[in-house]
Design a protein around this ligand. Structure first.
Ligand code: NAG
Ligand code: NAG
Ligand code: NAG
Length: 233
């Protein structure tokens, strides 16, 4: 198992060097809408599908526990995700207060808080889904913190291929466009309210595959929100 993890780690590094950066030209691809194949092999957070719309899916995640890095300032999502992933990778390999190894899960998610100005760095928080077996007592670790989700909704857009710094913004914009005018757009706006640090421009990138898998790759953009008024369902 260790060698698999090491291959994973190595290839994650390779990806960051853009060996596989093939997705930067062309239009955003059509949204997929499948259960990521990875989730038949390793544990993923459970959700209910609330609605499948044109170009989006609305999901309800009941509870989920994530182990998260501190915000990472960078101009590149790919670079920041690599930095965060390596920290989380050490964590699951036993670099934690209990010296405990933890099973790999999917997806690894990166929350993106875009910068205001053209030359500012964005802020990225990278998180690992804590397996159910470890949720009661996730090992603490320096530089990481646990985040427990209450009932959380997500507007989701899937896309295949590799996540790149150029395609991710296009996919996020395509998701925004596909929910525009729906009740979900206003629910998201309401949920985010006037909190400028959690404005509607914040999105999350979920990656389900290790970098050496080149076929059947599934990535997702998530717009996370809470619903105060359940009547809209
Ligand atoms: C974890 O490993 C370190 C280094 O081997 C050791 O000093 C420490 O006591 C261990 N902690 C636990 C909780 O086993
Ligand atoms: C989650 O739910 C608990 C209990 O209902 C509440 O105290 C807490 O504020 C909620 N957290 C968020 C982030 O909404
Ligand atoms: C946001 O701010 C505007 C004006 O400051 C106010 O009218 C509106 O009610 C606020 N919305 C929320 C969700 O707090």
């Amino acid at each position: 198992m260790a060698s698999v993890f090491n291959a994973f780690k190595l290839l994650f590094l390779l990806t960051s060097l853009s060996f596989f950066d093939l997705g930067s030209c062309g239009e955003p691809q059509k949204s997929l809408n499948i259960l990521p194949p990875t989730c038949t092999r390793i544990e993923c957070p459970k959700f209910d599908s609330v609605e499948v719309g044109n170009g989006y899916e609305i999901r309800r995640y009941s509870t989920a526990l994530w182990m998260s890095t501190s915000p990472i300032q960078d101009i590149s999502l790919v670079a920041a995700t690599r930095t965060g992933f390596l920290q989380l990778f050490d964590y699951i390999q036993g670099k934690n207060d209990y010296n405990k190894t933890i099973e790999m899960t999917a997806p690894v998610i990166t929350e993106v808080v875009p910068s205001d100005g053209p030359f500012c760095k964005s802020s990225f928080t990278v998180s690992f889904f804590v397996p159910e077996a470890n949720q009661a007592d996730p090992p603490p670790a320096e530089g990481l913190h646990a985040q427990k989700w209450n009932l959380t909704y997500a507007a989701v857009r899937q896309f295949s291929g590799f996540v790149t710094d150029s395609n991710v913004g296009e996919e996020a914009a395509a998701l925004q466009a596909s929910i525009s005018g729906t009740k979900w757009a206003s629910a998201i706006e309401k949920s985010h309210g006037n909190n400028s640090t959690y404005s509607t421009s914040v999105y999350t990138v979920a990656q389900y595959n290790s970098p050496f898998e080149s076929d059947n790759r599934v990535n997702e953009i998530w717009l996370l929100f809470q619903i105060k008024d359940e009547n809209i369902l």
